[in-house]
Design a protein around this ligand. Structure first.
Ligand code: SAH
Ligand code: TMP
Ligand code: ZN
Length: 405
């Protein structure tokens, strides 16, 4: 197999087995035609990019009924408010600036600019979420970001001062074409700012559920520099973020146009100390995944034997990796509670656990809830105090498998 970025020969260091689409929540009549692929992570020692060997076609994942809406998490909406303010203070000093966002989803981030009458444009291929963004006053083009789109936008809107992205750069396999499109659409001294789950956090927490079809990459600063460096961009600043279980924000500019902050060198050093560039680290990660799986299966097996009821909390895309890799199905998890109407009444991908509205969970009194949206732990714990005071207990598997006391 060849690395997507540099072409070097690279082999997967493990397999999570046959996987369905992470967001492919389905109806019973669709079970027999469900799509599967092989989920195999690999690490390229030449360009330091962590990637999955095979990714389903983008159109199979991002379409007119894409079930993930950014606004479902209040903590993320607040985070986007801070993101918008940070960008505004640092990079929007020119007159009548233009802000673009790749993968703008339901407009949760761009709305902050729209409200301040800052010119903006979202580029979002999933038609349902793009429509939701428009209903919040966010100007949105329904399209995958490409050079053609960049050329058309540069003519219609002018060039962008900043191009933003959150949790989408790691979804796009051909980053060379993203860099070309950025080059067309970005002003000469403009910046590209994106944030994604961080490889260092994933390894530290054994949060292997970050690995699923949409996440074709899990980035480190080394990888981002080598990927975009090929197209004349360089990382000029970085910022560690607590979102999605540990993310990194990268600011890129055309080489030599802006000073490189000390934080970049510090992060590159830290990555070397964490051995993110060594194949051995990924062998260790594989063993940690296997241990995590053994422990979660044992815990759920024990609770089942004791006659306890366990439900899943939040039908996340990440949970698809956990359930399929650990072979956890409706025998272990009665149902998954989720607030997204598009997922309710459907079944989880691959293992076919029913997804039910949150109201059912609130009215029910299961003994245990497996916290699948562990990245929103603080927000959920705050909202679910009643579950806990009624005797309900949380099971988590990141950073380790345990029942919270
Ligand atoms: N930025 C939002 C949404 C992240 S989900 C947030 O952080 O909450 C990823 C989004 O990117 C989806 O809405 C998906 O439809 C969109 N997307 C996927 N591939 C894309 C591409 N090539 N160009 C633009 N958007 C893309
Ligand atoms: P994600 O992990 O793919 O981002 O999906 C998050 C899912 O979690 C989404 O379907 C909404 C759901 N959710 C809840 O059901 N309750 C909550 O309190 C939160 C924060 C999320
Ligand atoms: Zn490579």
């Amino acid at each position: 197999m060849n690395c997507r970025i540099c072409g070097s020969s690279t082999a997967p260091f493990m397999s999570f087995g046959r996987m369905p689409l992470a967001n492919g929540f389905l109806r019973e009549q669709e079970f027999s035609s469900e799509y599967f692929y092989e989920l195999q992570p690999m690490f390229c020692e030449t360009c330091h990019t962590f990637q999955i060997a095979e990714q389903p076609a983008p159109e199979a994942m991002f379409h007119g009924s894409y079930p993930f809406y950014s606004r479902t998490s209040c903590a993320m909406v607040e985070h986007f408010g801070r993101y918008a303010q940070w960008v505004g203070e640092r990079y929007l000093d020119g007159r009548d600036p233009l802000v673009a966002e790749i993968g703008s989803n339901d407009g949760a981030l761009l709305e902050y600019f729209a409200k301040r009458s800052v010119r903006h444009i979202g580029i979002e291929p999933s038609a349902n979420v793009a429509e939701e963004a428009r209903s919040h006053g966010v100007k949105t083009l329904t399209a995958f970001f490409s050079s053609d789109v960049a050329e058309a936008l540069a003519i219609e809107e002018g060039k962008a001062d900043v191009i933003l992205a959150a949790n989408v750069m790691c979804h796009i396999p051909d980053l060379g074409s993203v860099a070309s499109a950025v080059d067309i659409f970005l002003k000469p001294e403009g910046v590209l700012v994106f944030e994604d789950p961080y490889l260092g956090d994933m390894l530290a927490k054994t949060s292997y559920d970050q690995i699923y079809d949409e996440h074709v990459y899990i980035f480190s600063c080394h990888a981002v520099n080598s990927i975009f460096g090929r197209s004349g961009l360089e990382v000029i600043d970085v910022q560690a973020l607590p979102t999605h279980g540990g993310s990194m924000r990268y600011v890129l500019a055309r080489c030599g146009t802006r000073p490189v902050e000390a934080a970049v060198k510090e992060l590159m050093e830290a990555e070397k100390n964490l051995e993110l560039h060594l194949a051995d680290r990924y062998d260790r990660f594989r063993e940690q995944c296997e241990t995590s799986r053994t422990q979660l299966r044992a815990l759920l097996g024990r609770l089942k034997e004791e006659g306890d009821r366990v439900v899943g909390y939040a039908a996340t895309s990440k949970s698809t990796t956990v359930f399929n890799y650990c072979e956890i199905g409706p025998d272990e998890i009665e149902y998954i509670s989720d607030t997204t109407p598009l997922k309710q009444g459907r079944f989880s991908p691959g293992m076919h656990i029913p997804v039910r509205p949150h109201e059912d969970f609130a009215a029910d009194c299961p003994g245990y809830a497996l916290l699948l949206a562990w990245n929103h732990r603080d927000e959920i714990m705050k909202n679910e105090q009643e579950f806990y005071s009624n005797g309900g207990r949380w099971i988590v598997f990141v950073p380790q498998v345990e029942i919270l006391s």
